[in-house]
Design a protein around this ligand. Structure first.
Ligand SMILES: *Cc1c(COP(=O)(O)O)cnc(C)c1O
Length: 355
């Protein structure tokens, strides 16, 4: 049976990227040696690194003055890198979920943290509005897509201080005005590749402003100077990222990607709103285009396990909601085909009809 992959991350990747990865494991760049076995100092590899950086610059239209880095450690490691490198006395955080909360927790070890607003009161089901960003903060940190709760900040906000964004789960899903951000980072394993590589887009002039000593490996300037090759980069995940971004480019770039993502999300939210057995958990205006969260509606709450089994029989994989929200979560990242979204919608319709 065909499987429809709605995993929240790691998750579905473009078929073409998987095919290239299989071929490269056997024979990288016609060297006769597989990519898992080459040196990262191989000229063919240096070309892939340069091309991957260029794909990022082209797709996101990254202005002059920014560097793109590929590091290890995941987005969670950046929660500590960010204050280490950028915080003198004070930083501001928008608390829109547990990832945002974890990021703020690390920052507290380096100085004062002001939580400008939090949606914890309603289990992070909305994005706080009308908050004030303190102008004496060294930076303001946001999480643009809240993977667990299915909420998303859909526009590039204006910040009076350096804006730092965790874009782990919506990077490359829409065009972004990078010039509004001092830094954007995330784990690759939601939208741009497999687990194992972390992307960092950083404006160089924000560095070198803190008093503390920064260990070499944690100092962004080290990685800028060495073009992400200070130590061994995650070679294979970067290769798959390269192939994934080539696929995005071939589709027509981020305008085209955004259009497809909106179509997929509209189809699924449309069914959630129409179907009497289901109800969405996120505030409508903040609904994520990437993670669609829903539960059984009033009166059907005892049918959750039945729907889970019904969907599983029809090939749906990874639709169980995060334990802190319950119900269901369908992650419909860039590489999730419309066909899979349609299959889930058909499954929800059929379940309602059979009832
Ligand atoms: C998945 C995720 C993380 C954690 O990423 P790791 O690479 O596992 O550390 C952080 N923030 C957001 C928004 C995520 O979706």
């Amino acid at each position: 049976m065909k499987k429809h992959n709605f995993n929240a991350g790691p998750c579905v990747l473009p078929k073409s990227a998987i095919e290239s990865a299989i071929a490269a494991i056997k024979n990288f760049d016609e060297t006769g040696i597989g990519i898992l076995e080459i040196s990262h100092r191989t000229p063919g590899w240096e070309r892939i690194m340069a091309e991957t950086e260029q794909l990022w610059k082209d797709l996101l239209n990254i202005p002059e003055g920014y560097k793109v880095l590929f590091l290890g450690g995941g987005a969670s490691t950046q929660f500590c890198y960010v204050p280490f490198n950028l915080m003198n006395k004070k930083a501001a955080y928008l608390q829109t979920g547990v990832w945002a909360k974890k990021a703020a927790k690390e920052a507290k070890m380096f100085g004062d943290v002001e939580i400008v607003a939090s949606s914890e009161d309603k289990n992070y089901s909305y994005i706080p509005k009308n908050y004030t960003i303190p102008t004496d903060a060294d930076y303001f940190h946001i999480t643009t897509n809240n993977t667990i709760y299915g909420t998303e900040i859909h526009t590039d906000i204006d910040s009076p201080v350096n804006l730092v964004a965790d874009m782990s789960s919506d990077i490359m899903s829409r065009p972004v005005d990078v010039s509004k951000y001092a830094m954007i980072y995330g784990g690759a394993q939601k939208n741009v590749g497999p687990a194992g590589v972390t992307f960092v887009i950083i404006r160089e002039d924000i560095l070198g402003k803190v008093g503390r000593q920064i260990p070499t490996i944690i100092d962004y300037r080290t990685h800028i100077k060495e073009s992400s090759m200070f130590n061994t980069p995650p070679v294979f995940p970067i290769f798959v990222m390269h192939e994934t971004l080539k696929w995005v480019k071939e589709l027509g770039g981020l305008e085209a990607m955004h259009k497809i993502n909106k179509e997929k999300a509209e189809l699924l939210y449309g069914e959630i709103d129409r179907n009497k057995m289901f109800v969405g958990t996120a505030a409508k205006e903040d609904r994520s285009l990437m993670n669609v969260c829903f539960v059984m509606a009033e009166g059907y709450q005892d049918k959750e396990a039945d729907f889970m089994a019904f969907a599983k029989e029809r090939g749906m994989v990874g639709i169980k909601g995060h334990r802190s929200v319950g119900g269901f979560r369908a992650s419909i990242y860039n590489a999730c085909p419309m066909e899979s979204v349609q299959a889930l919608v058909d499954c929800m319709k059929e379940f309602e009809n059979n009832f």
